[in-house]
Design a protein around this ligand. Structure first.
Ligand SMILES: NC(=O)c1ccc[n+]([C@@H]2O[C@H](COP(=O)([O-])OP(=O)(O)OC[C@H]3O[C@@H](n4cnc5c(N)ncnc54)[C@H](OP(=O)(O)O)[C@@H]3O)[C@@H](O)[C@H]2O)c1
Length: 249
């Protein structure tokens, strides 16, 4: 096949898919990153960085780069990109697959409080928490600006600009993966009673969920945002099989 695959990336799954696809003969593999982090881990193959300029910008990109298939392997919470990809690929009749890691499932001993927005999560913290661990992206913190006297520990990949209400928080910068022992120690050290996080799924952030279960802590868990109705797979192997099938048609 002489073809070009576009991978919308920014996740471990997108990285692994690029690694697998560059081994295919006569396939150009182009990975796209949003450019949010300063030193991203770059997958093999060609790379482009930065937004496309909405669905119309992506349509134009698909046309000029002669893209034959797209895999949206962005993070489960990167939904705007997913909706744009759906519109652009529909407009250009380009096959599109969603690759999304499974969500974490609540276990018997978990004390999850599932919410649909960060505003709702902040409200739950105001009602129930006194010492909270905000395990969120730095761009998600604005909704937690008015927590009124709740002490916060914040962990994010890069140092965030804190909204005024969180200025007194303690910061931990780390990309993970995190360990159960490490997260148990962190939660105990800071006497955390509630964790706020998103249901990212996957192994990298799961230690805090296990640690909360062991310590009996409440977890305010943001559910995943809605997505377009698309063919979807949950593993890289299934995505490889889809690309092989679509490009050999
Ligand atoms: N949200 C999270 O919790 C999270 C966690 C880990 C990693 N990430 C990664 O970080 C990136 C941004 O996440 P987000 O939540 O800000 O996304 P988003 O809300 O879905 O997207 C916002 C805008 O960022 C641009 N964009 C997003 N992903 C892109 C990609 N792979 N390549 C080129 N442009 C992209 C698009 O800009 P234009 O409209 O200009 O095209 C999009 O409209 C994603 O690649 C995602 O996989 C996100």
């Amino acid at each position: 096949m002489n073809a070009t695959l576009l991978i919308l990336g920014g996740t471990a799954e997108a990285f692994e898919l690029a690694e697998r696809m560059v081994e295919k003969p006569n396939l150009r593999v182009l990975s796209s990153l949003a450019g949010r982090t300063n030193a991203p881990r770059l997958p093999p193959g060609q790379i482009r960085i930065g937004g496309f300029g909405g669905a119309s910008g992506l349509s134009e990109f698909l046309r000029t780069e002669r893209i034959d298939a797209v895999v949206d392997a962005t993070h489960p919470f990167a939904s705007r990109m997913g909706w744009n990809a759906d519109r652009a690929c529909t407009a250009m009749s380009t096959p599109l697959l969603r690759l999304e890691r499974p969500a974490w499932q609540r276990q018997k001993a978990d004390r999850w409080d599932e919410v649909g927005s960060w505003d709702e999560a902040a409200e739950r913290l105001r009602r129930h928490a006194s010492r909270a661990f905000l395990a969120l992206g730095r761009l998600d913190l604005d909704a937690f600006a008015e927590l009124d006297g709740i002490w916060c520990l914040i962990r994010s990949v890069e140092r965030p600009d804190l909204p005024p209400g969180l200025a007194q928080s303690t910061l931990v910068s780390s990309r993970g993966p995190f360990t159960l022992e490490g997260d148990l120690a962190l939660l105990r050290e800071h006497r955390i009673d509630t964790i706020a996080c998103k249901n990212s799924g996957g192994p990298i952030g799961y230690a805090k969920i296990e640690a909360a279960r062991q310590l009996g802590l409440r977890v305010v868990m943001r559910q995943r945002p809605p997505r377009p109705d698309l063919p979807m797979v949950m593993s890289v192997a299934e995505a490889v099989a889809w690309v092989d099938r679509v490009l050999s048609d």
